[in-house]
Design a protein around this ligand. Structure first.
Ligand code: ARG
Length: 319
């Protein structure tokens, strides 16, 4: 007799990622407890490891776009911190530390040029400090948001206004896990299945997590400090830093397909898989703003949508 599956069937969805090669990666300053400027960085190894991750994503069918690296920005490899894109709406970062301030503009410029790829409109410039997906975890309807070290609660409100989604604020208390994406991973963003390390959060936030996510996978201290929660999931494959053995086993038992990734050089900067990966979540086709496209392109799309009414655009709907 077939044994009953004790977990949901996992399905991968094709993703669109933005990444920036560690061409100028270095640990030249220290803005988190992992960064020790006296420890040398092997940049060639960092590049090999990083390109390995790009290949792994592309092998699984995901689209990876590359951001041009900039000399003098050693942390821009951590692309998750540069912008947040939810349903085609982009909010740029405003960094907490002056060493990273200039990265925000590089991301803003990329999204202004390439928003057409994902149905994006204008790129929103933030007022409050936010380190983007470092502290924002996007679920099916809600967004979880960290505060305590980098991103502020005001920024949570800005994101809620922009996306029209409920944003749940979670307080981070462990300086080694200074971003939400070091303490919590989204495993299935259609079913809101997550993994997290409870001790990274204040008592109150721990309670919120326990109530909202009773079926979450709980990571242990070893795996959290091995960057195990700094993982990226497409809904089936979980690209996870190689040191997090117990979490990898728990993922497999829950029906996921863990894929180990070694980014040891980048960990010297305080980041791993998720930190290097900005996810671009496209606008739903029906709401793409045809009026913001050049006329020639807009007319092509409206003609097309007239032929396929299921994919109607705003311009198509009003004509
Ligand atoms: N050195 C970087 C910083 O301290 C590491 C960023 C890690 N990124 C992340 N998404 N957790 O800002």
């Amino acid at each position: 007799m077939l044994k009953q599956l004790r977990h949901a069937i996992r399905r991968a969805r094709l993703r669109h990622y933005l990444m920036c090669p560690p061409t100028y990666f270095d640990v030249a300053y220290s803005i988190n407890p992992w960064m020790d400027p006296s420890r040398p960085v092997d940049r060639a190894l960092a590049l090999r490891q990083w390109f390995g991750l790009v290949d792994i994503y592309r092998d699984r069918g995901h689209r990876v776009d590359l951001l041009e690296p900039v000399p003098g920005m050693p942390d821009i490899v951590f692309a998750a911190n540069g912008a947040t894109v939810v349903a085609g709406q982009a909010l740029s970062a405003r960094f907490a530390n002056p060493q990273r301030t200039a990265e925000a503009e590089v991301h803003t410029a990329w999204h202004q040029r390439n928003g057409i790829l994902y149905g994006g409109g204008e790129v929103r410039e933030p007022i409050a400090v936010n380190e983007a997906e470092g502290d924002f975890a996007v679920l099916s309807k809600r967004i979880l948001a960290g505060y305590g070290f980098r991103t502020t609660v005001e920024a949570h409100r800005e994101l809620a206004r922009l996306t029209d989604r409920e944003v749940i604020s979670l307080e981070l208390v462990d300086p080694r896990l200074f971003h939400l994406d070091l303490a919590l991973a989204v495993l299935d963003d259609a079913r809101d299945h997550i993994a997290y390390y409870p001790d990274a959060f204040s008592q109150q936030s721990r309670q919120v997590l326990a109530e909202l996510f009773p079926d979450a996978l709980i990571a242990n201290e070893h795996d959290a400090y091995a960057f195990g929660l700094n993982a990226v999931s497409d809904g089936l494959h979980v690209f996870i830093p190689c040191g997090a053995q117990q979490l990898r086993e728990n993922l497999a038992a829950a029906g996921y397909w863990p894929i180990s990734v070694d980014l040891s050089e980048l960990i010297k900067g305080g980041g791993s898989v998720k930190c290097c990966t900005q996810e671009i979540r496209p606008a739903p086709i029906a709401t793409r703003r045809v009026d913001s496209l050049p006329d020639e392109v807009a007319s092509l799309i409206s003609e097309d949508s007239a032929a396929h009414p299921a994919h109607q655009t705003t311009a198509g709907a009003s004509s």
